[in-house]
Design a protein. Structure first.
Length: 307
């Protein structure tokens, strides 16, 4: 009996590894970490935030406020994505710059705790879609009613989800909370220094309490919601195709390539599109769990007739 080729072995019930899908030279080329790219992504996130604030400050109206809230909320998710990169030490070479930038320019401004996130997230990778996965409650494993889904989106945009998160957090003034307070005090002080202190409320806290919550929920639904096989690394996470608008407002910094991230956890986010293209070119596309877009994700999450 002949030995199965790698492509044939993928149809069996074993654990698929990156080495079965790609060659060692291909894996080496994908895992390059670049300080320049990492710094550029962080600068890009803050430049977009600053530009959206400037838009509203220059032409204040309900229209520009709405645009700025959505754009900034999307970039706040971008900061969370870059914090995620630093939790894997992939934004910069070395632990120290990842910890410093990840804490002060990514996590603390959005009231997150990088060390706590890193501990939980590494468990998520170790036990993805298994009972020990700490992120298991974030994504449904069965269809939900459309009314319930839209109600959750309304809670996100109405600020109730953010309020529940704040109420559920301990009040102890630990290190991460002090860092968040200091980072936000610096942001508020910088805006006050130019006579725009109110932008901290309108264009930092408001996006964080509304659009950021909705975008985060959609991210969770798309990444692991209703995946077809909890044990198959090619089917227990999902990658979602996105266009320019979705990338700007809902899927910053290639966060939509979640299957590739789980399969190739050592690959920085800016190399995930190349990893996706390489997997397709080598014929693995039919086995990979993908969605055509976020509307496709929503239709799968809450199909017609679901209760």
């Amino acid at each position: 009996m002949s030995t199965p080729r790698p492509a044939e072995r993928l149809s069996y019930d074993g654990v698929v590894t990156a080495g079965e899908l790609l060659t060692l030279p291909e894996l080496r080329s994908l895992r390059t970490v670049s300080a320049g790219r990492g710094a550029g992504l962080v600068l890009h996130a803050w430049a977009v935030i600053g530009g959206a604030m400037l838009l509203f400050a220059a032409w204040p109206s309900f229209l520009t406020l709405g645009v700025a809230v959505v754009v900034i909320g999307g970039r706040q998710l971008g900061l969370a994505v870059l914090m995620h990169e630093t939790s894997h030490w992939l934004l910069f070479p070395g632990q120290r710059p990842n910890n410093l930038v990840g804490t002060w320019l990514c996590a603390a401004p959005i009231w997150s705790d990088l060390p706590a996130y890193r501990r939980a997230h590494h468990l998520h990778h170790r036990y993805a879609r298994q009972p020990e996965d700490p992120d298991l409650p974030l994504a449904p494993s069965a269809p939900v009613a459309r009314r319930a889904l839209w109600a959750s989106f309304a809670r996100d945009l109405g600020g109730w989800t953010a309020a529940a998160h704040v109420a559920g957090r301990p009040l102890a003034l630990g290190r991460a909370r002090r860092q968040a307070l200091l980072a936000n005090a610096i942001l508020l002080g910088a805006l006050a220094a130019i006579g725009q202190w109110h932008l901290y409320v309108l264009l930092w806290l408001l996006p964080l309490a509304t659009w950021y919550q909705l975008a985060t929920r959609l991210r969770n639904l798309s990444e692991h919601g209703l995946v077809p096989d909890d044990d198959d690394p090619l089917r227990n996470a999902r990658s979602t195709a996105v266009g320019g608008l979705a990338r700007a407002l809902l899927a910053p910094y290639w966060v939509n390539h979640h299957l590739e991230h789980h399969l190739l956890v050592f690959v920085p986010c800016w190399r995930l599109p190349a990893a996706h293209a390489l997997l397709l070119a080598k014929g693995h596309g039919k086995r990979m769990e993908t969605a055509a877009g976020y509307l496709d994700v929503l239709r799968r999450t809450a199909p017609a007739g679901a209760r």
